[in-house]
Design a binder for this molecule. Structure first.
Ligand code: NAD
Length: 436
C-alpha cells in the first residue's frame, strides 16, 4: 500500500518505519525542514531502541521517504496518517490546530479517494471536525478513521510491531477493509483488531492513559502512607500485585508520571468532562497527586541539609521522563532541578540519552557531565530521577569517594534499603523506611 504519515516525531517516525518494514511504500511529511533533511540523509532524529536498524533498512530499500511538501507526500497515497502534536491549550483542552490545519490543507489538494487516519490522541468528536475541515474544500470521496496509538516510548518498535490490540474507529466498510488489510501483518499472533465507532475509539485512548496515570498516582499515595505508617511499599506492591484483578505491572511508586502523554491526556479528559458538564473527580485528584509527587524528594533533601541548600552542589542521574528514551517532556527531573536552583544550589547532571535535549531547555543553568561518575565530583549528594539500567548496580566505592556526604535520594527505588544501610549511606527513597 502507499501510505503517507504527516508529522514525523516519536509516533510518526515509528509508524512510518514499521509500515515500511511490512512492505508498504511510506512517505513521511514534516514541516521541520531540518528534520526532513537529516532523515533523508539517513540520520535518525530520536532515540528509540531498535528503530535505527529498521529505519536504515527501509531507507536503503527505498520504501521510506521524507519530504516537507504535503502535496508531494500524498500524491499516490491510499491512506494518510495524521501523527501531529495535540498539546494542551491554555484551558487544558487538546489543541487541535495542528490536526485541523493539515485537514484543511488536505481538503484543498486531495483529488481521489483517501482514508485519513487520526493517529494523534484527540478528543471525542475530532473525527467529525476533521471530516468537516476536509469537506469544506473537497468534493472527492474520503473517509476519516480514528486509530489511536498505544505505543510506549522506549519500547515503541515492539509495541507497534506486536500491539496488544489495534483500535480502529470507523463506520465505513470501505475504510474498515483498507485498515484491516494494513494491520493484518501486525496481529498474526492473534491479538485483536477492535473495530468500533469513531467516538469510542477516541475515548479509548484517553481512558487507557488516564487509567494508567490513576494507577501511578494511587501507588504514589500508598507510598506516602507507607512512610507515615512505617510500612514498606515494596511489600504492599507485591502483596496486591499477586491478585490477578490488580496485576503486577505499573505498581511501582516514584516521583510522578511525566512525558508527553499522561499529563496532557489526563488534563484533556478532565476538560472534555467539564465541557460535558461532568466533574471527573478521580482524575482531578490524580493530577493533584502527581504535581506534589514530582517534588517528593525535596523535603527529604532539605531535611538532610538542615533546610539550607544554598551553595550545596548536587549530582543528578537521569533526565528523561523514563528510561530508554531521550524524551524530556514533563520529566520530573526538570522540576527537581528548577527547585534546587531556586533554593540556591547548583546541579551536575548525567543521562545516557537525554543530555542534548535538556541542554536546549536549561542551557548553562546546570553542568552536563560526560559520565555518570564525573557527575559526582564535588557533589554533596546524589539524586536519582530516572531508572536507567546503568544506574541499577553502580560502583558504590566510586560514589562514596566522590560525594562529600554518603547521601543518596532515590526517586525510583533502585537499591535495597538494607544494603544501603550496610554500605553506610543516608539513603532515602519512595515509600520505604530510610537507611540512616
Ligand atoms: P512529536 O512532537 O514528537 O511529533 C510531531 C511532529 O509533527 C513534529 O515532528 C512536528 O514537526 C510535526 N508537525 C507539526 N506540524 C506539522 C504540520 N503542519 N505538517 C507536518 N508536520 C508537522 O509528537 P509525538 O510524540 O509523535 O505525538 C504525536 C501525537 O501522538 C500526539 O497526539 C500524542 O499525544 C500522540 N501519542 C504520542 C505517544 C508518544 O509516546 N509520544 C504515544 C501515543 C500517542
Amino acid at each position: 500500500m502507499k501510505i503517507t504519515v504527516v508529522g514525523t516525531g516519536y509516533v510518526g517516525l515509528v509508524t512510518g518505519t514499521c509500515f515500511a518494514e511490512t512492505g508498504n511504500d511510506v512517505t513521511c511529511v514534516d514541516i521541520d525542514a531540518n528534520k526532513v533533511k537529516k532523515l533523508s540523509a539517513g540520520q535518525i532524529t530520536i532515540y528509540e531502541p531498535g528503530l535505527e536498524k529498521l529505519f536504515e533498512r527501509n531507507l536503503k530499500e527505498e520504501r521510506l521517504f521524507f519530504t516537507t511538501s504535503l502535496e508531494e507526500g500524498i500524491k499516490d497515497a491510499e491512506v494518510i496518517f495524521l501523527a501531529l502534536p495535540t498539546p494542551p491549550g491554555a484551558d487544558g483542552a487538546a489543541d487541535l490546530s495542528f490536526v485541523l490545519n493539515v485537514a484543511t490543507h488536505l481538503g484543498k489538494i486531495m483529488t481521489d479517494y483517501k482514508v485519513i487516519v487520526d493517529k494523534s490522541t484527540v478528543p471525542v468528536g475530532t473525527a467529525e471536525k476533521v471530516t468537516a475541515a476536509i469537506a469544506a474544500h473537497c468534493t472527492t470521496p474520503f473517509d476519516v478513521v480514528s486509530n489511536p496509538e498505544f505505543l510506549r516510548e522506549g519500547v515503541a518498535v515492539d509495541d507497534f510491531m506486536k500491539p496488544d490490540r489495534v483500535v480502529i474507529g470507523t463506520m465505513s466498510e470501505r475504510a474498515r477493509k483498507v485498515m484491516g488489510e494494513l494491520y493484518a501483518p501486525f496481529v498474526r499472533q492473534g491479538n485483536p483488531i477492535l473495530f468500533m465507532d469513531e467516538k469510542s475509539a477516541e475515548l479509548t485512548k484517553y481512558a487507557a492513559n488516564s487509567f494508567l496515570a490513576t494507577k501511578i498516582s494511587f501507588m504514589n499515595e500508598i507510598a506516602v502512607l507507607c512512610e507515615k505508617l512505617g510500612a514498606d511499599v515494596d511489600m504492599v506492591r507485591r502483596g496486591i500485585g499477586s491478585d490477578d484483578r490488580i496485576g503486577k505491572r505499573f505498581l511501582f511508586p516514584g516521583i510522578g508520571y511525566g512525558g508527553s502523554c499522561f499529563p496532557k491526556d489526563v488534563q484533556a479528559l478532565v476538560k472534555s468532562s467539564e465541557d460535558a458538564a461532568y466533574d471527573f473527580k478521580i482524575l482531578n485528584a490524580v493530577m493533584d497527586v502527581n504535581e506534589k509527587q514530582k517534588l517528593f524528594l525535596l523535603p527529604k533533601i532539605k531535611g538532610f541539609f538542615n533546610d539550607d541548600l544554598k551553595g550545596k552542589h548536587f549530582a543528578l542521574w537521569g533526565l528523561a521522563f523514563k528510561p530508554n528514551t531521550d524524551d524530556i517532556r514533563e520529566a520530573p527531573a526538570l522540576y527537581i532541578i528548577e527547585a534546587l536552583l531556586a533554593e540556591g544550589a547548583t546541579v551536575s547532571v548525567f543521562d545516557p540519552e537525554a543530555m542534548s535535549n535538556v541542554k536546549q531547555v536549561l542551557g548553562d543553568k546546570i553542568i552536563y557531565a560526560e559520565h555518570q561518575y564525573n557527575c559526582l565530583e564535588n557533589a554533596d549528594a546524589l539524586i536519582i530521577a530516572t531508572e536507567w539500567s546503568v544506574f541499577r548496580t553502580p560502583d558504590f566505592n566510586r560514589i562514596s569517594s566522590s560525594l562529600k556526604h554518603r547521601a543518596i535520594f532515590d526517586g525510583r527505588n533502585l537499591f535495597e534499603v538494607t544494603r544501603m544501610k550496610e554500605l553506610g549511606y543516608h539513603y532515602e527513597s519512595v515509600g520505604r523506611m530510610p537507611a540512616i
